[in-house]
Design a protein around this ligand. Structure first.
Ligand SMILES: [Zn+2]
Length: 278
């Protein structure tokens, strides 16, 4: 199955804030050890079972947190099984549930140093749109280090700084073994590709983001594409269509296994950024 993007959701922020149940989706497996658990269709979140506890990537917002908790319980896990919470970037739709999850689990919150600074210095841009959702501020416990993966059980999540959408956007790469076939897959989630913050209109108003972030995003794209990824996961499911196969996963069928998706996805996102450049 080649790369395709998902259907856009009309007014996703308003809907998620006021009527999150309209975007509800049950948890589903995407790879041998990873489940989609955000509980909603707009912002992704993933739970990795490391064999010695869980790693959670991203948290959605406070208003949709009950859907994520329901997803995690449905899979048979408990909140105290979550040992590390990794945040892809400092936009509230990804970290808005992190304060509550930290309180529920005691798990440290990880973010890049660059985005922790962005969050601290620029709430006007990291918490947008303020008038809609409930903002819970967070304290970042650990910064990512590209030379030291985030390890738990037999999973090591390698982090790569991928600036562009934000200064400290971070992408995640880890390996999982198929228990049926013994095959090893590289699973990845790109930290953020939205062109909404990579265009001249945004830079004119921004107090923090500058066009060199866009240049860096485009320049880094070749390097990112060259990384072999077997299972590519989106930070928003409309970036890479995955909801269409929700609930169909088996170790033998591997509905998300396709190493052409990652480079095609990066190409498509660079094309979208360049289209706004004129
Ligand atoms: Zn974002």
């Amino acid at each position: 199955m080649a790369f395709s993007s998902g259907k856009p959701i009309p007014h996703p922020v308003e809907t998620l804030c006021h009527r999150p149940w309209e975007l509800a989706v049950k948890p589903f497996q995407v790879s041998p050890r990873t489940w989609y658990v955000s509980g909603q269709k707009w912002v992704g979140a993933y739970l990795i079972d490391t064999g010695e506890g869980l790693i959670l990537i991203d948290t959605g917002i406070a208003e949709s947190l009950y859907l994520m908790l329901d997803s995690i319980y449905r899979l048979g896990y408990r909140m105290e099984n979550i040992k590390k919470i990794l945040l892809s970037h400092a936009h509230l739709d990804h970290f808005g549930g992190a304060a509550s999850l930290h309180a529920l689990t005691g798990a440290p919150l990880y973010m890049s140093r660059e985005d922790a600074e962005f969050m601290k210095n620029c709430p006007a841009e990291t918490e947008l749109p303020h008038d809609l959702w409930h903002v819970q501020h967070i304290h970042v416990d650990r910064y990512y280090d590209e030379f030291n993966p985030v390890c738990l059980g037999d999973i090591a999540v390698r982090t790569i700084l991928t600036p562009g959408h934000t200064p400290g956007c971070t992408s995640f790469f880890w390996e999982e073994k198929n228990p049926e076939t013994g095959d090893i897959y590289t699973v990845a989630m790109h930290g953020g590709v939205g062109a909404n913050t990579m265009n001249d209109d945004y830079y004119k108003k921004s107090a923090f983001l500058t066009p060199d972030l866009r240049d860096r995003f485009i320049a880094d794209a070749e390097k990112m594409k060259a990384i072999h990824v077997d299972i590519a996961l989106p930070s928003h499911p409309n970036q890479i269509e995955i909801l269409d196969r929700a609930g169909t996963y088996t170790h033998l069928t591997q509905p998300y296994l396709d190493n052409s998706v990652w480079p095609d996805f990066i190409d498509e996102r660079v094309r979208q950024v360049k289209a706004l450049m004129k």
